[in-house]
Write a protein that binds this ligand. Sequence first.
Ligand code: ATP
Length: 236
Amino acid sequence: MLSVRDLDVRYGEIRALRGVCMEVAQGEVVTLLGGNGAGKSTTLRAISGLLAPTGGDITFEGESIVGRRPEEIARMGIVHVPEGRQVIPGLSVLDNLRMGTSNGRMSRKDVPAGLERVFAVFPRLYDLRPRLGWSLSGGEQQMLVIGRAMMANPRLLMLDEPSLGLAPIVVREVFRIIGELHEAGLTVLLVEQNAYQALTVADRGYVVETGTVVVSGDARDLLDDDQMRSAYLGRT
Ligand code: ATP
């Protein structure tokens, strides 16, 4: 579905990505792991058209998407949930969810069914629907931005650090939900620092270091790999 080939991205003099290669097949959950500053968010920003690569190619369903505008890429079904939970503070939960349809992939008549799907995964959001964005807890905001992304009818959902800053019990809930979306057949590219939990829900993983993929493989193999365990999983 998604293929990233020899991707180079620079921020001025800084070479943030140096030849990143990765694939995501339909229906897979793929996780992109690595430490701070490794290049994970940059990879997602380049895929969604927010950054222009200086080299390499990105194809989605066989078509190159390099050079296309972010709105066009979103309309193709690549929905990016950036780090930092961008809930619109002055809008209700319900209106935040409705905003998700602004990429134009959901017609007005499909909105009630879309909301129903979101509330089936996140019953808590149903109870919270009149509440304003600013009044939600961190975990509730994370649920809301994932729910809003579902309203965009994604073909590929890209989540950047959805567990960041959440209490352990809420982190478990977020990963449980990613597992549910996977079971429902959604394709997910998940950036995480929480490598162990990410590999638990993923089919495959890539580890990025200083802008290059250094390890890749089946999630189960990566979880069992001694070097992975000591370097990234914090387990021996
Ligand atoms: P983190 O987990 O800390 O978010 P990351 O793996 O997502 O890290 P990136 O944010 O992709 O890393 O950053 C990759 C590199 O690019 C880092 O060296 C970072 O300092 C640099 N970088 C990121 N954004 C910018 C920017 N706007 N301007 C200049 N350099 C940047």
